[in-house]
Design a protein around this ligand. Sequence first.
Ligand code: FES
Length: 388
Amino acid sequence: MTVFTEQTRERAREIVSRYPADRSRSALLPLLHLVQAEEGYVSPAGVEFCAEVLGLNKAQVGAVATFYTMYKRKPTGDYLVSVCTNTMCNVLGGQDVYDTLAEHLGVGHDETTADGKITLEHAECLAACDYGPVMTVNYDFFDNVDPRGAVGVVDELRAGGRPMPTRGARLCTLKEMAVQLAGFADEREGAVADGGPGESSLRGLRLAQQHGISAPGFDPNTPIRSKAEADRVAAEAKAKAEAAEKAKADAAAKSAPDAPVKGGDGASAPTGVEPAQPERATGSTTPDVKAPDDKSPQVRTAETRQPDAATAVPDAPGTKVPADSVPPAPRDAQEAEVAGVAANPPASDGKPAGDDAGAQERNLKEAEAGAGGNGADPAVASETGVQK
Ligand code: FES
């Protein structure tokens, strides 16, 4: 497989390392975003890549990739324009926005313009109902759009511009966004600080402030570091701790008495001198300081969330849940199919299996009798509410 670059493989390894070793399959969702970042969609090669990295089969990967709408199964444009046509947005004009864009761009749902710039789709609730009607471009929001505004956005995109979304960071391409969705920080200078939250999003915060409610121990000034910055800080802390350990060991070696001399029979010299205790020899009063954890914050979080080791989980080693990687025997599948066919004989009239042609005939006769008002079966009459 040569489609994927070494950088993608390196990123794949990093994604997998965020999860506990016996739960690596949990890395599938970000991995699918990662392959989408490279090819613009989840291609058969992408499915194969994920299966290979996680030790799954292609059917398992394909089942996940086809379940979620964010994974595209065919090449997409640089900008994915999603228009919400769900209830709230629809009553506020979302369908008009979608219809206008479809006509203006000459494409329908999940189709891409000939220049490869725009893929249009209608979406079912983009979780921003209080800003409806909403549309997103590569998952960044344009709030309270109307048909004219939406056309202006796509025209600017096709002309090479990048209009600013109502909230959040400046626009990037769909492939660039897929990298972020795979769990890698937006490295563009200042992008994370772009755009503030909308007033509707802050309503809860305002009410909490008004009523004196706050989250205990929360520091609103906690910096959000990029991964590169977090890695640099962790590397510095690690180097500092290693240097301190080395200095401590050197000091202990210098101040320790000579090692006891062994006699010819191999026994220690009977001087009553106990082996030097490094801590005592240095006389240090510095409390033991644990070396900083050099795991990434993601791995630490994943480990914290891991349930008790005694909890049976589907893919934990030693649990008795059958491995779904073992396919059923072909003979079992054949028997099941034969049994299913026997239980569902096809109807002779070409209708779906399970329809009883005799029952239809009886129903017809009963209906004719009922229509004439005479001779209706009392049971049928009573069930259908026909009065005698
Ligand atoms: S209905 Fe459109 S965002 Fe919820």
